[in-house]
Ligand binder design. Sequence first.
Ligand SMILES: Nc1ncnc2c1ncn2[C@@H]1O[C@H](COP(=O)(O)OP(=O)(O)O)[C@@H](O)[C@H]1O
Ligand SMILES: O=C(OP(=O)(O)O)[C@H](O)COP(=O)(O)O
Length: 265
Amino acid sequence: MVRRLAGLFDLCILDSFPSAHRSHPSIVGFPQVLPACAGRSVEREVRRLDEIITVAKAPHVIVLGGSKVGDRLESVKMLIRTGRADHVLLTGVIGNVFMRAQGRIKSPLGIKHEDEAVAKAHALIGEYPDVFSTPVDVAVDHAGRRVEMDVRELDRDDKILDLGPKTVRHYSRLIAGAGTVFISGPAGLFENEQFSFGTKSLLEGVASSIATTIVSGGHLTSALKRYGLIDKIDHVSTAGGALVLYLTGQRLPMMEALEDAARRH
Ligand SMILES: Nc1ncnc2c1ncn2[C@@H]1O[C@H](COP(=O)(O)OP(=O)(O)O)[C@@H](O)[C@H]1O
Ligand SMILES: O=C(OP(=O)(O)O)[C@H](O)COP(=O)(O)O
């Protein structure tokens, strides 16, 4: 397919950094048969990340939330193993998975591949007991209304949709004391104003921190815009998984394809 389509074009420009970790034909195939270069957005990401990696200081604080649980479980393992995560502050759906692994949430969360995710979270906590922090208080939805409570007060049917104020204060202190902060995935159902407190407060904490700050992914990028904080972050990346792999020093298929093409053409 790549060979058939390639005849229609003179040049291939790769400009999707979020897909740089995928070995898809559209990423690694065309540079084999056409002259290829990086587009402006890939160039900006790579330049900025290389600068950040050189100066990155400990402690490395990672704030993980959102709903892509499987991807982030893999990412966090790699960040810890490569020394890029000293504290991992858990929020969002992945935070609920860790609380379930700790036995602090008693009933199923109703997410895809839940048992596998909970088992992985359990293994990570066992392997790195001092790295992870989970919420002490949360906000749940009671008939469309935000109700805050201690995690110990949760009922079986409660649906956790945000962090509570004690957790936000604790996480904000750790963010303020960080050398590098990486935040990926919202802390709650922030699209609903009632459950945006955690996401907004943590992004405000990141924006005012003197640490080197990286915000990752589409949802947090739009939240930063909504709260007028985007100019206060050192690097805002559209990528999630690709960004983590790059930060952990892995070679990405897109970069390899571009380097090969540069040698060939
Ligand atoms: N506790 C929660 N319950 C339900 N949805 C949540 C919760 N926390 C975060 N979310 C949702 O996760 C989604 C974003 O997750 P994800 O796609 O992983 O982020 P990103 O696009 O930044 O990588 C948002 O729609 C948000 O509402
Ligand atoms: O993985 C991606 O983004 P993400 O790491 O932010 O979830 C890319 O948009 C690629 O998407 P894909 O998982 O469909 O290959």
